[in-house]
Design a protein around this ligand. Structure first.
Ligand code: ZN
Length: 77
C-alpha cells in the first residue's frame, strides 16, 4: 500500500474511532454498569470497553449490530 493510502487509512480510522467515542460519550451511560460478557457471543468484554458504561456487546458484535441498524435505516429510507 503506498504511503499516501496508508496515511488516509490511518486518518479515516482515527476519525471513525473519534466519532464512535463521541457517540458513546454523548449517551452519558457511565452510570450504567456494563455487562462483563457479550450478550451475542458470550465472550468477555474488554475492560476498557466496559468502563464506557451501558455496554452489552463486545467490539466485534457491536460492529455487526451497528451495521445491521445502519442497513435497516437505509432500507427504511
Ligand atoms: Zn460478542
Amino acid at each position: 500500500m503506498p504511503a499516501d493510502n496508508l496515511d488516509e487509512a490511518v486518518d479515516l480510522q482515527a476519525t471513525l474511532n473519534s466519532t464512535a467515542l463521541q457517540a458513546q460519550l454523548s449517551k452519558n451511560t457511565f452510570h450504567i454498569i456494563s455487562l462483563t460478557h457479550c450478550t451475542d457471543c458470550g465472550f468477555e468484554i474488554d475492560q476498557k470497553r466496559q468502563a464506557l458504561g451501558g455496554v452489552k456487546r463486545c467490539t466485534e458484535c457491536e460492529g455487526f449490530h451497528q451495521r445491521e441498524v445502519f442497513q435497516k435505516k437505509q432500507r427504511a429510507m
